[in-house]
Design a protein around this ligand. Structure first.
Ligand SMILES: [Zn+2]
Ligand SMILES: [Zn+2]
Length: 180
């Protein structure tokens, strides 16, 4: 007897040659066993399980004894009412968690929050404005320097306005402009 090839997925052995190996590895049964093996490690999507099981009647073995030797390869549904409820809970929790996460990410303020923020901003701007002294408010007006004509210019008649010292109140009533 020649060398044998043993397939772990299928728990099956056969004479090891290129043709047998290729036929086995390409076979539907082997592919299904291999997929089932990997699926058992991956947490399956509960919505997908529910959708698939809803098309199938409940497995007789599974319903009566709570187990079925076909496992994930069984052609009937293994989703009992209890499992269905658990899956539905899982889906609901997932959905709520993702909605909450999205809301936190987007941080869309409610109208009340926006109005509140706006009122605060306007109040701050008013406070800044009211901090600027009004021209009529004598006490608040900045201390302005007092200019006088240098003695060397005092004897020159008809000085141009650009050389004359400004009057003490000259800058007092200029409108305040905001910069920037
Ligand atoms: Zn196999
Ligand atoms: Zn079954």
């Amino acid at each position: 007897m020649g060398k044998r090839y043993y397939c772990d997925y299928c728990d099956k052995s056969f004479a090891d040659n290129a043709t047998n190996r290729k036929n086995h590895l390409m076979g539907v049964y082997h592919q299904k066993q291999k997929k089932a093996h990997y699926d058992s490690f991956v947490k399956r999507d509960p919505a997908k399980i529910l959708a698939e099981s809803s098309k199938l009647p409940l497995c007789h073995n599974f319903r009566t004894t709570g187990e079925c030797h076909f496992g994930v390869n069984c052609r009937w549904s293994h989703v009992t009412d209890q499992v269905r409820e658990e899956l539905e809970n899982e889906i609901r929790n997932k959905r709520e968690a993702s909605i909450k996460q999205r809301q936190e990410e987007e941080k869309v303020p409610t109208l009340e929050e926006w109005l509140d923020k706006r009122a605060k901003r306007l109040k701050t701007e008013d406070d800044v404005k009211s901090g600027i002294p009004e021209p009529s408010d004598e006490a608040a007006v900045y201390q302005l320097p007092v200019y006088s004509l240098p003695p060397s210019l005092a004897n020159i008649p008809n000085l141009p306005p650009s050389l004359l010292p400004p009057l003490p109140d000259a800058y007092k009533y200029l409108p305040l402009e905001e910069w920037g």
